[in-house]
Write a protein that binds this ligand. Sequence first.
Ligand SMILES: *Cc1c(COP(=O)(O)O)cnc(C)c1O
Length: 366
Amino acid sequence: MSVPFIDFKEQHRLIQNEVDTGFKKVFEKGDYILGEQAVIFEGAFAKYCDCAYGVGVNSGTDALYLALCALDIGPGDEVIVPTFTFIATALCVSFCGAQAVFVDVEPDTYNIDPQAFARAITKKTKAVIPVHIYGQPANMNEISAIARKHDIKVVEDAAQAHGSRYQGKRAGSLGDVACFSFYPTKSLGACGDAGMIVTNDKAIYQKALMLRDYGRKGRYEHKIKGHNSRLDTLQAVVLNAKLKHLDAWNTLRAQNAVYYNELLKGVKGVVTSVVKSDRTHVYQTYAVRVANRDKVMEGMKAKGISVLIHYPIPLHLQEAYQELGYQKGAFPFAEAVADEIMSLPMFPHMSREQIETVVRALKESL
Ligand SMILES: *Cc1c(COP(=O)(O)O)cnc(C)c1O
């Protein structure tokens, strides 16, 4: 039996009627961009994240970029970013003309190391972007305490953490402003690109509203030089339908992870993820570490199991950031994780049999 990395057919079946009806209404009304369903989704998703405000945008990358713009980050500023993440976390800093400063991650959660963040602070540091990698929130208390002391803004990259909690509070409500992606493979995914900025800060909200829509205030007045990055109504129809299922789907993901962990317990050479007791993990990605990763992957693929690597090259070693002059060895934890990490198939409606098949193939490939 082959196992796909992701299979959303069952998810789609559950929302199909609502989406069909919703699409029809949008076509009848013609409010294709920031229409009624988009406004409803902004409110609903912000509320879901324990936030007062939501600003729907084109993508998670734009959410990050516009959030930094809303904080007036620009040339001469530094923004601290974990090196073990998707490149968009750093690109948004570069888009602003600011400098991305990479730091290492914790060896157990793969999230930004708060002490490494503290050590990297300079007079130019304006913000830090903790990434809730794979769906487990970063150590936000420590990060926020350090940030507050140095007057640094905290921008959550919550693109992998829809619905996860830190000390009871939702990802998205843990910093000054947070950014989500609704790329189709995320836990809450549209049928194209989409993203959102959420915040409890009214000033950031108002600036983000202008930034995503040509700097507009009213129809003809442009207060600032804004961008064009708005949420499409058709995407919002899908997202509204899926949001109602998100908690249930996150529960299924967590159950799948528990079963994976159970089957992998005591398997020599496989390290499963560590979940801290004060937070929940929503398993956007279920990743394990294996020493001879590339050979194991080859073996699993030969048996029809889809496996991927998130992420094989830390950002400080990417060609796109070679001008910063980081060398191999600069961030040993991130580099070790990147060499050993492997993402196993994970989606809410995986069967136990599929999970067993993946684990069997993994064991045989070790
Ligand atoms: C997916 C992702 C992004 C980018 O989101 P897009 O919607 O693809 O632009 C940013 N950061 C992280 C951690 C992501 O996983």
